[in-house]
Design a binder for this molecule. Structure first.
Ligand code: ADP
Ligand code: ZN
Length: 629
């Protein structure tokens, strides 16, 4: 499971380097989900292309840190009339509805230059007019309407799974409700609270809920907005924002993506563009130093990386309080699912607790997305209620992204089917392996196929037999290809990375190699990437033994994978045939096709995918998470 998330993050980073222009392109269904959540403020549409603006910077997927205020999406031609109703329901401003017919295009071509000239002219006149009354300053102030406060209706009942964070913010709510009490007692109330957590864990929601609970106005800005601004504007906006908030006190100021401007000034190259960042940051610091929290303004800021923040931000009197917003555990996930299914009709077979245990690693935004997807799917199939199967099917999409419209050659498709069948069959055949929930050859994201297995949830301890079963399963794709075609392809790259990573940790971290013995030779167990680097605390000779031991484990597992598949070749062929026909098979279908028995249901069934064939190699440091040992 961690694999997929890591994969998504990587793809997101590759496709959208953090400094890319702040417009993201969304799959249509994600746009609809955002629309339904009330996150879209306006759209402009041209033919089937839609450009729009979010209420807050938003990412295309929950795990992507690339948030943007603007987005584009493409409306499928079959998506008809409902959009307008939806837009109206959610008070979205519709700016234009231009049908880009060829005739119109022609018109544009002929009058375009004139039009452009006119626009420039108008812009010039307006600019001159505005600089007449204050120039740059008025530029800053004129944007201030962006920071008109909201009165969020969210409360703590809309937030789940992050109970500790909620508890820590209770105090702030109490203070905002009755600042006088604190004034009398002279108690120390934090001015700035840093909410630290992965994207989608609910930091923004939490900040809004604090304002909602306390019934105070909520001013929000996203620090990433400042990066592309003209020098001076950022600082002037910050000044304006604080002035407005003080006038409205008690109030909350929320700064999203603080790391966008708050990065440590000592790290990273300093390009010209950093000037604005630094000025904005300095202005925030000045403002924070310049008021007393007893004035009733509290600054909440969100970041997913506290470690990169400038130490000046963390000094006493600034963001000196830190609240960790951690990904929810199983109970938390069930509670979050409950919140987001409040208005959704659920089928009798839907068990949210079971669904929660199938989704370790998913954060709030992803769970919300899962519910949306499942509801869309049920609607598309004309069902009156959302079934468990809708959830299971949508999970794949949430984890890997929307299905890709690529046409594989018949050969590639068959090869992918064998590959995934290899993974799935070994998951069924090896007793210690996690039950196989689903296998599919629908290309998604970078993966050409996927096999979904579900390990024990919140597991802290991994027996060697389990780790070996995972290696065997992960090698199943390649083993199947070898067995059937006697050639191997690049498709198994990510599988092999996963395999190597587990085997290596068995040797250096968990003392599972007799030759190395019960030593932990990994540098820092919490930093799995450091193991990939070449800083050793052991000798060259030991390094060679480690390599040999890793190799031995992987080779033994590959032999086992080959042997098991060879012995069950007819099952492999049957599964591949069914997969080629159906594209996706659920647990029941897989068992039926292979004639194998289900694994005992003693354990709760969370989900993990062995990533299928990957179109192009992307490293995936997938490791059983959490501290074993
Ligand atoms: P972040 O600010 O941490 O990136 P958001 O607060 O923007 O995350 O989360 C996006 C949406 O996901 C929220 O508006 C909410 O609908 C849902 N969500 C996220 N976390 C939670 C949670 N802990 N409980 C309930 N819903 C959540
Ligand atoms: Zn694979």
């Amino acid at each position: 499971m961690g694999i997929f998330l890591a994969l998504n993050l990587l793809v997101a980073n590759v496709l959208f380097p953090p400094s890319s222009p702040k417009t993201i392109s969304l799959p249509y269904n994600v746009f609809i989900a955002n629309l339904k959540a009330g996150d879209v403020t306006s759209i402009t549409s041209t033919g089937n292309a839609i450009q729009g603006t979010f209420r807050h910077p938003t990412a295309a997927s929950a795990k992507s840190s690339n948030k943007a205020l603007h987005f584009t999406t493409q409306m499928p031609t079959f998506a008809g009339g409902q959009l307008e109703t939806l837009l109206e329901q959610h008070n979205v401003t519709i700016n234009a509805q231009v049908q880009s017919t060829p005739a119109l295009l022609e018109l544009l071509y002929s009058f375009g230059p004139t039009l452009l000239f006119l626009l420039i002219f108008i812009w010039f006149i307006r600019r001159t007019a505005s600089s007449a009354n204050g120039g740059l300053f008025s530029l800053g102030r004129s944007q201030a309407r962006l920071y008109d406060p909201e009165r969020p209706s969210a409360t703590f009942t809309d937030v789940a799974g992050i109970e500790e964070a909620k508890a820590e913010l209770e105090e702030i709510v109490d203070f905002l409700r009755q600042p006088a009490k604190y004034e009398r007692l002279g108690g120390e109330v934090p001015k700035g609270v840093l909410l630290v957590g992965l994207p989608g864990t609910g930091k923004t929601l939490l900040a809004r809920a604090v304002a909602g609970e306390a019934g105070v106005p909520f001013f929000s800005i996203s620090a990433s907005e400042f990066i592309e601004m003209v020098v001076g504007v950022g600082a002037s906006r910050v000044r304006d924002l604080f002035a407005k908030a003080k006038a409205a006190a008690p109030a909350i100021i929320f700064v999203d993506e603080l790391d966008a401007i708050g990065r440590s000034r000592s790290v990273g190259p300093s390009f010209g563009g950093h000037d604005e960042r630094e000025q904005t940051l300095n202005q925030i610091l000045t403002e924070m130093d310049g008021f007393d929290s007893r004035q009733g303004v509290i600054v909440l800021a969100a970041t997913n990386r506290a470690d990169v923040l400038d130490s000046a931000l963390l000094r006493p009197g600034r963001f000196d309080r830190r609240v960790m917003v951690l990904p929810p555990d199983r109970v938390g996930r069930a509670a979050i699912l409950k919140i987001h299914t409040r208005g959704v009709p659920l089928g009798d077979d839907v068990d949210l607790n079971n669904l929660a245990s199938q989704t370790p690693g998913l954060v709030g935004a992803e769970l919300r997305n899962l519910v949306n997807e499942a509801a869309l799917l049920a609607a598309r199939k004309g069902r009156p209620a959302v079934t468990m199967a809708d959830f299971t099917e949508s999970l794949e999409k949430v984890l890997l992204g929307a299905a890709r419209q690529i046409v594989l050659s018949a050969d590639d498709r068959e090869r992918t089917a064998y590959h995934e069948s290899g993974h799935a069959l070994l998951g069924l055949l090896v007793p210690e392996a996690d039950p196989v929930r689903r296998v599919s050859i629908v290309p998604r994201g970078r993966a050409l196929g996927v096999t979904v297995q579900s390990p024990v949830d919140d597991r802290q301890n991994y027996p060697e037999s389990y780790l070996r079963a995972r290696i065997v399963g992960a090698l199943g794709g390649r083993a199947a290809e070898k067995l059937i075609y006697d050639v191997v392809t690049t498709g198994a790259e990510s599988d092999l990375q996963q395999v190597t990573s587990i085997a290596r940790q068995m040797v250096v971290r968990w003392g599972m190699s007799p030759k190395i013995g019960p030593l932990n030779l990994s540098e820092d167990p919490s930093d799995q990437s450091s193991m990939m680097m070449s800083q050793h605390s052991y000798s060259e000779a030991t390094a060679q033994v480690i390599d040999a031991e890793v190799r031995r484990i992987v080779e033994e597992c590959f032999e086992k994978a080959l042997m098991l598949l060879d012995e069950n070749r007819e099952k492999l062929v049957a599964l591949t045939g069914a997969l080629l026909k159906e594209e996706s098979l659920n647990e029941e279908q897989i068992l039926q096709v292979t004639g194998l028995a289900a694994k005992p249901k003693a354990l709760p069934p969370p989900i993990r995918g062995i990533d299928g064939r990957v179109a192009a190699g992307e490293p995936e440091p997938a490791v059983p998470s959490a501290g074993a040992g």
